[in-house]
Design a protein around this ligand. Structure first.
Ligand code: G6P
Length: 616
């Protein structure tokens, strides 16, 4: 939540404010309530900020023309205080010499604010952030330099922060610090330094990156970075690395084709991302699968779309010889699991690796009960990777659309690979069988290629329900993960009220709402649940429900009783059916995309949502 982008350079004639605004726009998926920039300009700080989206604020180049030599910008997802001018970042101190942007939440801000107000500081906003510039101002007043003042200020703050601070009288450096909120540094050695909430934001400008760790602070000069530990003040080595993401990741372009929306482009990336995931190293799979087999109690936790991927993953891992795995939403974990037995293991699934509830759940399990943590995560170097014993990195690459989709597909692919490795290690299937399942998993990429070629058919069916007020999604077994994900996507990006229910449970309540024309989407994977699902379809149909079913291409029985079908070209084999979770979900994600687009909505930045939810 909230995006930060800063730039400091030695190069003359760079359009600094414009480059900062462009970098910030690449982070707008993190929040888009208000935005602003602060630049150091000849001994004073120039701040321009407003409520609204960056493109509107920058109409007539208002942000781009901010005078100054270097600076920082922020796009906000409101937590403390409404999205109005005063609450927009950057925030300044009483002297107007210090400007600061912040991503995260300062939990003790009320106490700090009272304390600072008593000492005469005047606050302009309702934010938690504003205590920072005033604290820094006080330490500078005591004779500390900017870096040491930031260091002392962060020691006073409880909670999570990624901050960037500039000072009017320090014409050649800015200071950044982080704890539990992401902040990465990009560098063109000797020339320019960037800081941002994620790597793709500076990817068009440099591929050389440095990840700042929790409780570290850095001084950024043009093309130079010094990193220090907050607690000891000791200087530490920079770990530079080359980013190998494609530059297209930050643009709406794929294979030379320009897309209207990131979501559409990212859905089209799914087949290649599945193929990339399939080529992950055996070592990673081995230690991950072995850890699951060695544990006495296994939990899986996540939020949002990642939780639905976790449900499919848990299903596969248990089915292929793993233990029973208890799935718990990360926001419920601490309350639902007051005690953990020795030798417990938690699998955490997350695209960003920064979701506050997921991090809290794993830290609780690890620090309080010594549980082992195995993570499936998309962002290298993210917080979750640091709290994990075993990590599988998904190969989705940067995902810009706020509602996660290609990450979901790679998460399930990764967990299906773990499941097959569990099957191998536990000797519950013979090697030829396992190979056939693995081939079927790889074939899902081809299946999705076909679905993309024929996506017009998915759109056509989507348009039939685009104006419904309520839609049910029903499924059984493995199909439930797809059904939950399809329902969530429609809610998130098309603002349609949906409910996903276990089909067998639908007669215990939901059926009361069914009347002529009520749309119900059935995910009809032709597995052992298929005949029972037909019973549930008939119950809805006989009460007038409009039946939209997702079926295998060769399906006839469900097709006969449905009003519309979306057909998935999977092979008629037990292996293809067992591995069908991703294609069945993919069509529902695609349908949600087309419905949102047809309604003139922005599927990349749905209202009130943020991609990386770093608040609890
Ligand atoms: C937000 C995003 C969702 C995502 C969820 C979990 O709500 O909008 O798309 O599924 O967070 O995020 P994570 O990064 O942990 O997968």
């Amino acid at each position: 939540m909230c995006g930060i982008f800063g730039l400091i350079t030695k190069e003359k004639d760079l359009p600094v404010a414009r480059l900062i605004r462009e970098g910030l726009e690449r982070l707008e998926y993190r929040g888009y309530d208000s935005a602003g920039i602060a630049m150091v300009n000849k001994g004073h700080i120039e701040v321009r900020k407003k409520a609204g989206r960056i493109a509107d604020i920058n109409k007539d180049g208002w942000l781009d023309s901010t005078p100054g030599t270097f600076g920082v910008a922020h796009t906000r997802w409101a937590t403390h205080g409404k999205p109005v001018y005063n609450n927009a970042h950057p925030h300044v101190d009483c002297t107007g010499k210090i400007a600061l942007v912040h991503n995260g939440i300062i939990e003790n801000y009320q106490d700090l604010r009272k304390e600072l107000a008593m000492r005469g500081h005047a606050f302009q906003s309702d934010t938690d952030t504003e205590v920072f510039p005033h604290l820094i101002e006080e330490f500078m007043g005591k004779g500390f330099d900017l870096k040491d003042s930031v260091m002392e200020a962060v020691k006073r703050c409880k909670g999570a922060y990624g901050i960037v601070v500039i000072h009017a009288d320090n014409p050649d450096y800015m200071v950044v610090a982080r704890k539990e909120s992401p902040l990465v540094i990009g560098i063109i050695p000797g020339k320019t330094t960037f800081c941002a909430s994620d790597i793709p934001a500076f990817l068009p400008l440099t591929r050389e990156a440095i990840v700042l760790d929790d409780n570290e602070i850095a001084v950024l000069r043009p093309g130079e970075v010094e990193i220090y530990r907050v607690k000891s003040g000791e200087r530490i080595q920079n770990n530079h690395f080359q980013v190998n993401y494609s530059i297209d990741a930050a643009q709406k372009v794929l294979d030379g084709k320009a897309y209207k929306w990131f979501m559409h482009k990212e859905l089209h990336e799914v087949p290649r991302k599945i193929r990339d995931q399939m080529s992950m190293t055996q070592d990673r799979l081995d230690s991950f699968a072995q850890a699951i087999l060695d544990a006495d109690h296994v939990f899986i936790t996540a939020a949002g779309t990642a939780f639905y991927a976790a449900l499919a993953g848990k299903f596969q891992m248990t089915r292929f010889g793993g233990p029973y795995i208890q799935a718990i939403l990360c926001s419920e974990f601490i309350d639902a699991v007051p005690e953990m037995k020795p030798n417990s293991l938690v699998i955490a699934v997350s695209q960003s690796g920064e979701t506050a509830d997921t991090i809290e759940a794993v830290r609780y399990a690890r620090e309080k009960f010594g549980a082992k943590i195995c993570s499936i995560v998309n962002v290298v170097g993210s917080s979750l990777t640091r709290y994990s014993d075993e990590v599988i990195i998904t190969t989705a690459g940067p995902e810009i659309a706020v509602a996660s989709q290609k990450a979901y597909c790679t998460q399930i692919t990764a967990m299906s690979l773990v499941a097959l490795r569990i099957a191998e290690l536990s000797h519950k299937y013979d090697p030829a069988q396992i190979e056939a399942f693995r081939k079927a998993l790889l074939d899902t990429a081809d299946v999705i290629d076909h679905l993309i070629i024929e996506e017009g058919k998915i759109r056509e069916i989507g348009l039939k329900i685009a104006h419904a007020d309520n839609i049910y999604f029903l499924a059984r077994g493995l199909g439930q993960a797809a059904s939950l994900e399809g329902a969530l996507k429609l809610k998130e990006i098309a603002y349609i009220h949906t409910e996903a229910y276990a089909a067998g449970e639908s007669k215990h309540g939901p059926i009361a709402l069914i009347e002529e024309g009520f749309p119900i989407v059935f995910v009809a994977i032709p597995d052992q649940t298929y005949d029972r699902l037909i019973g549930n379809i008939m119950e809805m149909k006989s009460r007038g429900g409009m039946i939209i079913s997702v079926v295998a291409d060769y399906d006839s029985k469900v097709t006969e009783i449905s009003d519309y079908t979306i057909r998935i070209p999977i092979a008629n084999s037990p292996e293809a059916i067992a591995m069908a979770a991703v294609p069945f979900a993919f069509v529902l994600q695609t349908m949600a995309y087309f419905i949102a687009d047809s309604k003139g909505l922005d599927p990349d930045k749905p209202r009130n949502l943020a991609k990386s939810v770093t608040v609890k």
